[in-house]
Design a protein around this ligand. Sequence first.
Ligand SMILES: [Zn+2]
Length: 469
Amino acid sequence: MPFCDDSFLLSCPAAASLYHDVAAQQPIIDYHCHLSPRDIAEDRRFENLHAIWLDGDHYKWRAMRANGIDEGRITGAATPREKFQAWAETVPATLRNPLFHWTHLELRRHFQIDALLDETSAEAIWAEANRQLATGDLTARGILRRMRVEVVGTTDDPADGLEWHERIARDRVATKVVPTFRPDAANRVHEPQRVQAWARRLADAAGCGTDTLPGLLAAIDRRHADFAAVGCRATDHGLLRLPDSDCTEAEAARIWQSALAGTAATPAEAEAFAAFLLLHVARLNHARDWALQLHLGPFRDPNPRLAATLGGDAGCDTIGDAVQGPGLVRFLGRLAAENCLPRTILYNINPADNALFAALPGSFQDGRLAGRIQWGSAWWFMDQERGMRDQLNMLSDLGLLSRFVGMVTDSRSFLSYPRHEYFRRILCDLVGSDIASGRLPDDAAWRRDRIVPLITGVCADNARKYFGW
Ligand SMILES: [Zn+2]
């Protein structure tokens, strides 16, 4: 069988037909990613293949480190061409890792380069890709257009300005680009200097003082409203876990003011403060009918040596094994009791939590909106064929696959859009294989009226409806 051809991951004719005739025709709704709104506003033309493909891609950095590449050729002083060579040398070592598939799908879909990347093909691929980047329509906006990306949800700090989003909206870019409100910086009460600097930036952005808890909450409220004015429809929160305890307003005020006065919160205090703030934001989301996205479970920077030299988000994090159930049940239960539970998407990073995250939404659905509480797509360490198959199968077993809001790239790179193709092929293979084996009806009317809407729903329609786009 040819590598990565039209029938890639599609094991039967029913799967191939669902993918080529239905899924591949759908636009992309990328409601959670980390693309730079500035790059879209300026329609950035990337200087070379390193700038668009390796710079900032911690998945590749992590693989290169595991392959024995020295840091100088990953994030250090080496030239972009030398770093690309280090990546090319690493690609053959990624056989059976999703990076091997992503790499070749991205070369094929964006650059029409079918060659396999290794240290011998690197020079020719570097030259051809750079030629296309310099002269073709592979700019930030051009890529979104070519990949038929209908919506991009970026991830934005409430202390950041919204000028890039405003400029994109003024330019009437074909892709709708909206911010996502991510206030995680407020939770760094265990790092007083960092949280002090952030509190000052937030105060400037919101135009009100943040040196007391009521001031912080007022600033959060103002920025939530500012984000709403430019089309924001969701918040996003990254936490190890939610604590199985309550935090009073008085406790939260003490923790905040201590941090601003230079006293670091203990880990338990930081967790309690984060949960307090999250409840506040969840209530705001409920009032505006926004979605709340909870990304739970990674251990951040477990290696102090790497953290000290590379900083955060450099490919040094890992899967955590914190107990998720009690804190999640407490959090969702409290909001449900107040009748303030917003649309919510729960993402786990540890596959051992799949059953918990698949089943729990069913306990909080309220019949007002199909799929109001969602188990989010396989993310980060689960974003590969096995992780996606496991997530889709368990969601089918314990929830409603037909109401799933589907895949997100969660990527920092404009070249990551073939990950939606990867997901869609897997989805169509699961459903098509069930048709081929008699587990789902092989019936023309059901295909047209039930199976095809399931595929188009999971690919794009459900997310579009869920976020109101
Ligand atoms: Zn993310």
